[in-house]
Design a protein around this ligand. Structure first.
Ligand SMILES: [Zn+2]
Length: 143
């Protein structure tokens, strides 16, 4: 083998190995879900770190808020990084609500990857998985 093409070959091999290690890093990526910080001020419930969640879950803040408002039967609104709900909502219920949202709207039911996005088609919500390519229907209405 001529020297030059051997060098080319090794360069190619190096590139292939690099690609392979990139792939395995992506596979071990996991979803980091923050803890909700919820407090009462008077008759209001303040979800102090709301904005961390749409960012972590890669969802639009309005959609996550719509879900929380329906589940809490409230009309909370975004104020900076916080959401303010009228009335006293149980702070401990927020973690469970977020967990359910993640399970129903974020995690791929086929492979369990959180690397997904949502799509609407004829008023039906679909979850598209970037890891395995599955397209799953979403039962809820807040996709
Ligand atoms: Zn998947």
């Amino acid at each position: 083998m001529p020297v030059q093409s051997k060098a080319e070959y090794e360069k190619l091999l190096g590139r292939l190995q690099q690609n392979a290690s990139n792939t395995s890093r992506r596979e071990v990526s996991r979803l980091e879900i923050p803890d909700p910080h919820v407090i009462w001020i008077g008759q209001r419930t303040i979800f102090r770190n709301f904005m961390e969640f749409p960012k972590a879950l890669r969802r639009e803040p309005e959609k996550l808020l719509l879900y929380l408002n329906k589940e809490l039967a409230s009309a909370g609104y975004i104020a900076g990084d916080r959401v303010i709900f009228l009335g006293r909502k149980e702070p401990s219920s927020f973690g469970a609500l977020i967990d359910r949202y993640v399970k129903d709207y974020v995690i791929c039911p086929v492979c369990g990857s959180p690397d997904t996005r949502t799509e609407k088609s004829k008023k039906l919500g679909f979850l598209l998985c970037e890891a395995c390519g599955a397209r799953s229907s979403i039962k809820g209405n807040y996709a």
